[in-house]
Design a protein around this ligand. Structure first.
Ligand SMILES: Nc1nc2c(ncn2[C@@H]2O[C@H](COP(=O)(O)OP(=O)(O)OP(=O)(O)O)[C@@H](O)[C@H]2O)c(=O)[nH]1
Length: 359
């Protein structure tokens, strides 16, 4: 994921370079400070006359301390969902998010409408991180955004709690798993530096011996595991952008914006070409599959119509039988086949009906 940064691109003001807003998906363990981070970021951007578009995706939060342009709670009543489907709190959050994901095209339209005057769209996610990162709706939301806008994952980490090397390692493993799952540009925000500076964490990422000596007094299974994992995560650390931040004082704001600019370049140079390549492969595979189904369908028809006699009426009625049996898996295959089929077209001509193929 190392970036090949184009000098000319760096010279331009990165966020202004895009007609579309950069989407920041803010993730992190419960209590890491995601909401406070979004609040601070929003306030600072407002004071710079660059108001962001802010979307709250946490259906269970009691209050949103920043001006949210879209709030999932206005669409889905989380308590009602729990009651109606007899769900517990986590099931309620997942189901609410699933329901909201079905309307996500409307969110996209709203963000797109703001493209002219908004540089950044911020998505605050539920406290239970796995509800977003490992759910179908979280994946749909992330992939939809990434397909349409420069999208960056912001992983908020609690620097105070992470002074414990085992907690630090848990955070890094989580961050690593999300990075490799989503494959999007990624920024770790080491939050709460007004309480504890993040230098120790940067050192642990740079220097295995420093991390090992922090674990020295601990001989538990967890500590030994963390020691081994630290060596394994070496490659991950090399590519990782980490920024110290305080959601209370706003320290680290400028550095964070620079990291977002670099992440947008990474999105363009690494993510987009890979995304386009996969999309092309997928389209080719789908076209091949359609072709295969069409041939199979045609062979079926030829075979059965041979047995059915020669009159057009009989042949069309046999076609109908085959259609009803629906050997082809998609409507577009049926339409394609019908448009290629001479007997069927003749029958349509007789009836003065016209159909136009969609592809
Ligand atoms: N000192 C300090 N406290 C912070 C900072 N960021 C957040 N906090 C505190 O940490 C606690 C949790 O912050 P939230 O913003 O609610 O964290 P969250 O990740 O959104 O929490 P969930 O939605 O429950 O997952 C609150 O008491 C905040 O005041 C920070 O930068 N410095």
């Amino acid at each position: 994921m190392a970036m090949s940064v184009d000098e000319a691109k760096l010279d331009a003001k990165p966020i202004e370079r895009h007609k579309k807003p950069v989407c920041l998906i803010v993730l992190g363990m419960a209590g890491s400070g995601k909401t406070s981070f979004v609040q601070q970021l929003t306030a600072r951007l407002h004071s710079k006359n660059k108001p962001p578009y802010v979307i709250n995706l946490d259906p269970a939060c009691k209050e949103v301390p920043y001006p949210a342009n879209i709030d999932i709670r206005d669409t889905v009543n989380y308590k009602e969902v729990m009651k109606q489907y007899s769900l517990g709190p986590n099931g309620g959050i997942v189901t609410s998010l699933n329901l909201f994901a079905t309307k996500f095209d409307q969110v996209i339209q709203l963000v797109e409408k703001r493209s002219a005057n908004t540089d950044i769209a911020i998505f605050d996610t539920p406290g239970q991180i796995e509800v977003f990162t490992w759910s179908a709706s979280g994946t749909i939301i992330t992939e939809t955004l990434a397909a349409l806008f420069p999208t960056v994952v912001v992983y908020v980490m609690d620097t105070v709690r992470s002074v414990n090397p085992v907690t630090f390692m848990s955070n890094m493993l989580y961050a690593c798993s999300i990075l490799y799952k989503l494959k999007l540009p990624f920024i770790v925000v080491m939050n709460k530096i007004d309480v504890v500076k993040h230098d120790y964490a940067l050192e642990w990422m740079r220097d295995f011996d420093a991390f090992e000596s922090a674990l020295n007094s601990d001989s538990s299974y967890n500590a030994n595991l963390s020691r081994s994992l630290s060596l394994t995560l070496d490659e991950f650390y090399k590519d990782l952008t980490a920024v110290g931040f305080s959601a209370v004082t706003g320290e680290g704001f400028d550095e964070f914006l620079s990291a977002v600019d670099a992440a947008v370049i990474e999105y363009e140079t690494d993510y987009c070409p890979e995304h386009d390549r996969l999309k092309k492969l997928q389209a080719e595979a789908s076209a091949n599959e359609k072709h295969r189904q069409l041939n199979e369908f045609e062979a079926d028809y030829e075979e059965e119509s041979r047995q059915a006699g020669v009159s057009t009426r009989t042949r069309v009625s046999h076609q109908n039988e085959i259609l009803l049996r629906n050997r082809a898996n998609s409507v577009s295959i049926l339409v394609q086949w019908l448009c290629r089929n001479k007997v069927f077209l003749e029958a349509l001509d007789d009836l003065k009906i016209q159909i136009t193929p969609t592809e």
